[in-house]
Design a protein around this ligand. Structure first.
Ligand code: NCD
Ligand code: ZN
Length: 350
């Protein structure tokens, strides 16, 4: 018997679309499943002002395949030099939905990021005043801090002081990977929420390192011990409105991943909902999926929930392709070669 699940149309609250050829190759995968996505600004050069945000939004819209309705929600990449009035204007004009804090050097294309949050104090004050969400890549970058501890140390050294200083600021602690991240968000005020990726629900650090180095399981923040994965599964499937869907789908060419210095990022957009559903189903928490995928995110951002519904089916199908071809070369998706039980079966009219 086919088992089906129908939910309100979901959104992706953390996503990398890239630009140019890669953007063209990946945008349809997200637009097929999601109504909206918070689009990360870590292009080269990064999206640091309103004009760049508006232009990038146009390039994304032009790349959406015909027949799909999709709204990109843009973010402003914060640097030490960001002008608070530029951020205020971008939000007022409806170009920027949120702004993104990358600690300088934390991840892909974060070199122009913030070297000290004190440098963006005036920007954050404006954001708190206007109710604009700060999306945070929550890892310290000091070379002396072990990579597996960088999220926990970020909470203590940066995030706790920041929200004590600006309690009205709305913060999304993005792609959390640790039990410390879960506990911090659970105990924080209603202004603090978190996104959780499919890969951090499926993988612990063994997936990256046992039996050989597995570059396609490498993303930032890195997957941690099993106890942390279990904390994330518990949080995502708990029904708490503080946790919502953010894939962090981050396409890199296969040749850039399988290299002596492989890029961080997992391309999960083609089967994002299927990947999450495997976890919710295993936890007997299918009834919690709609909140996580379609309700908690817009509620936190103060945006309307989507109209319309989608249906997912549990049935036998083909394995996930080993790669997707672009004119630059192949990109390997998350779950390549695996069979996923759930399948996106399409949208129902709103
Ligand atoms: C992202 C990317 O490739 O842009 N990589 C990743 O491992 N998640 C950047 C990021 O979100 O850290
Ligand atoms: Zn990301």
């Amino acid at each position: 018997m086919t088992h089906t699940l129908t939910i309100r149309r979901p959104d992706d609250w953390h996503l990398h679309f890239r630009d140019g050829v890669m953007l063209e190759a990946v945008v349809g995968h997200t637009a097929r499943q999601f109504a909206r996505a918070i689009v990360m600004p870590n292009l080269t050069p990064p999206v640091t002002d309103v004009a760049a945000g508006a232009a990038y939004r146009e390039r994304i819209l032009a790349a959406v395949p015909d027949g799909l309705e999709f709204t990109p929600l843009m973010t402003c990449y914060l640097t030490d030099k960001t002008d608070p009035e530029e951020v205020r204007r971008g939000f007022a004009e409806g170009v920027f939905t949120a702004a993104k804090l990358y600690p300088a050097g934390a991840t892909t294309n974060s070199d122009s990021g913030v070297t000290d949050v004190a440098n963006i104090r005036a920007v954050l004050e404006v954001m708190a005043e206007i109710g604009m969400v700060l999306c945070v890549h929550g890892e310290v970058t000091h070379h002396a801090i072990d990579i597996f501890d960088r999220e926990a140390v970020f909470i203590e050294q940066i995030l706790e002081p920041l929200i004590a200083d600006l309690p009205d600021l709305k913060v999304v602690f993005e792609h959390i990977t640790s039990s410390q991240g879960v506990a911090f968000v659970e105990n924080a005020s209603a202004n603090i929420a978190a996104t959780i990726t499919p890969q951090h629900l499926h993988l612990n650090r063994n997936a990256m390192l046992v039996g050989g180095m597995r570059p396609h399981a490498y993303c930032l923040p890195v997957a941690k011990r099993e106890e942390h994965r279990l904390a994330l599964v518990r949080a995502a499937t708990s029904g708490s409105s503080k946790f919502f869907l953010g894939t962090d789908s981050a396409p890199h060419l296969q040749s850039d991943k399988e290299s002596a210095c492989g890029c961080a990022g997992i391309f999960n957009a083609p089967f994002a909902l299927e990947s999450y559903l495997a976890v919710f189903d295993a936890e007997n928490a299918l009834d919690k999926f709609e909140g996580f995928a379609s309700e908690h995110g817009p509620d936190f951002y103060g945006l309307p929930r989507n109209e319309g519904q989608i249906t997912l089916e549990k049935r036998e199908t083909e394995p996930v392709p080993e790669h997707f071809m672009t004119s630059l070369g192949p990109v390997v998706p998350f779950h390549a070669g695996d069979r996923l039980a759930w399948h996106f079966a399409g949208q129902l009219p709103g």
